[in-house]
Design a binder for this molecule. Structure first.
Ligand code: CTP
Length: 415
C-alpha cells in the first residue's frame, strides 16, 4: 500500500473532486492537491465562500489545471453540482469545517459543495480541521457519527498546536494519511465476490389479536449494515427482514416478513442456494399459542393470562441442515456475555457467533454503534470496541472471511 501510494501513477485515470472549506488549514489543501496530481489524478477543486477568504481560487486554478468552482450559479459551468458528482471517482473534502460537517450530515445544500455531495454516489473522504473544543463538541461528534454511519470516511484530526495557540485535537490529518484514505476508498474491495449471503435482520412480531403483538427492541440496523457491507464487497445478498423502518440497501434482494414462522420459511427457502448465513435478526422466542381473530376486550377482566408457545429456533434448525454453508449467529446478552455466547455457538452448531452486551451505553438495540466479541468454533476471538454498526459489519465480514472462508489466523484485537 505504501509503495502503491507513493507510485507516481497510483491515481492515473482517477478523477477527484477536492472540496476546500473555510479553515485556516486551507493552505495545506495546496499540498494535498499537488500530491494527488503528482500521482496522476485529475482534480476539480470546489471552494466554499469561507475558503476563498483564506486563499484566492487562482492558486487552485493554476495547480489543478481546471477552473475552480465556487458558485452554484457559475456562468462557466453548467449545473456544476451534477457534472462534478457524476464524473468523480471520489470526493475529498480537506480541510472540512464544523459547519461543513453539520451541513453534510443533515443534507443541507446551500452551496455548490454541499449540493454536489447529495448527488455524489462515489466514496467521500472528509479531513476535518478546527479548534479542539469544536471537534469534541457533542454536536460535531454527532454529525461525524451520522456521516460515518452512512459510509462517509471521516478522518480524525490530529493532536498538535492549533491556530489558536492551544495544543489539542484539531489539526488537519497529515497529507500522507489523507492520501492513504483516498487510496483505500478507491481500492475496489471485492473479497466477497462469489459469495451469496443470506442475512436476517430486525425483530419479529407475534400477533396476539388483530391490533396487538409481542416483539422486541431490534431496529434492524445491524443486519442492514451487514447486507450493505456484503454488497459493497462484491457479494450477493438475500436480506430477510422483520418489520423495520429502514430502507434496504441498494442491490439487495429483500424479503419482508412479520412472524418467526414467516422468517423461518423465507430463510429455509433461500438457505440451500447461499454460501453464508448471518443471522442478525432478533427472533421472538415465544408466540401466543392462539391468535384471536377479534380484538381482545378488557371488559370485566382485572388480569389476563396469555399462553405462549416456543417458536422454532431457526438458526439451530438451519445449522443442522447445512451442507457447506458457513453459519453465523448473534448472541444478545445482558450478563455473562461470553459464556452465554459460547453455549449458543456450541449448542446451535455455529461457525462464528457475534456476542454483544445489549445493555452497554452507546450500543445495543436501536443504536448506530455497537461493540462485540466475535468467537469462532475453533477458539479464535476478535474484540471489536464501540464503533459504527457499518464498521462492525466489515469487521464481522473480515472475521468470517479469515476464520471460516480461508485458513484460521488466530486472535486479534480491533479497537
Ligand atoms: N434465533 C433464531 N431463532 C429463534 C431465536 C433466536 O434463529 N427462535 C437466533 C438469533 O437470530 C441469533 C441467535 O439465535 O442469531 C441467538 O439469539 P438470542 O436471542 O441471543 O438467544 P436465544 O437462542 O433466543 O436464547 P436466549 O433468548 O435464551 O438468550
Amino acid at each position: 500500500m505504501v509503495d502503491d501510494a507513493r507510485s507516481s501513477a497510483a491515481l492515473a485515470g482517477k478523477h477527484l473532486v477536492l472540496g476546500v472549506t473555510g479553515s485556516i488549514a486551507v493552505y495545506k489543501a495546496v499540498g494535498v492537491l499537488r500530491a494527488l496530481r503528482d500521482q496522476g489524478a485529475t482534480v476539480s477543486v470546489v471552494m466554499t465562500r469561507g475558503a476563498t477568504k483564506f486563499m484566492t481560487p487562482l492558486t487552485f486554478d493554476v495547480l489543478s489545471g481546471h477552473r475552480v468552482v465556487t458558485d452554484l450559479f457559475d456562468a462557466h459551468a453548467v449545473m456544476p453540482h451534477l457534472t462534478l458528482a457524476e464524473n468523480a471517482d471520489a470526493v475529498l473534502v480537506a480541510p472540512a469545517t464544523a459547519n461543513f460537517l453539520a451541513k453534510a450530515a443533515l443534507g443541507l445544500a446551500d452551496d455548490v459543495l454541499t449540493t454536489m455531495l447529495l448527488n455524489a454516489r462515489c466514496p467521500v473522504i472528509v479531513a476535518p480541521a478546527m479548534d479542539g473544543d469544536m471537534w469534541t463538541h457533542p454536536t460535531v461528534m454527532q454529525h461525524v457519527d451520522m456521516l460515518r454511519a452512512r459510509g462517509t470516511v471521516v478522518l480524525d484530526p490530529e493532536v498538535g498546536p492549533l491556530a489558536s495557540g492551544r495544543v489539542a485535537q484539531g489539526r488537519l490529518p497529515a497529507e500522507a494519511k489523507v492520501l492513504e484514505a483516498v487510496h483505500a476508498a478507491l481500492r475496489p474491495q471485492a473479497d466477497w465476490r462469489g459469495q451469496r449471503v443470506l442475512v436476517s435482520a430486525g425483530p419479529t412480531q407475534e400477533p396476539i389479536d388483530p391490533v396487538r403483538f409481542l416483539s422486541n427492541r431490534s431496529s434492524g440496523k445491524m443486519g442492514y449494515a451487514i447486507a450493505a457491507a456484503v454488497r459493497a464487497r462484491g457479494g450477493d445478498v438475500v436480506l430477510v427482514t422483520g418489520p423495520s423502518a429502514l430502507v434496504p440497501p441498494p442491490g439487495v434482494t429483500t424479503v419482508h416478513v412479520t412472524t418467526a414462522k414467516e422468517m423461518a420459511e423465507a430463510l429455509s427457502q433461500h438457505f440451500s442456494s447461499c454460501t453464508v448465513l448471518i443471522m442478525a435478526a432478533a427472533v421472538a422466542d415465544f408466540r401466543p399459542r392462539v391468535t384471536v381473530s377479534e380484538k381482545l376486550k378488557k371488559q370485566g377482566r382485572s388480569e389476563l393470562e396469555l399462553a405462549l408457545e416456543a417458536t422454532p429456533d431457526i438458526l439451530a434448525m438451519l445449522s443442522a441442515k447445512r451442507t457447506s454453508q458457513v453459519v453465523v449467529g448473534f448472541a444478545a446478552e445482558t450478563e455473562q456475555v461470553l459464556s452465554h455466547a459460547k453455549e449458543k455457538l456450541k449448542g446451535k452448531g455455529l461457525d462464528l457467533i457475534v456476542a454483544n452486551d445489549v445493555t452497554q451505553p452507546g450500543g445495543g438495540f436501536g443504536s448506530d454503534d455497537n461493540a462485540a466479541v466475535i468467537l469462532s468454533a475453533t477458539g479464535e476471538q476478535r474484540v471489536c470496541g464501540l464503533m459504527p454498526k457499518r464498521r462492525l459489519a466489515d469487521e464481522i465480514l473480515n472475521a468470517v472471511r479469515d476464520l471460516c472462508l480461508m485458513a484460521p489466523r488466530g486472535v486479534s484485537i480491533v479497537e
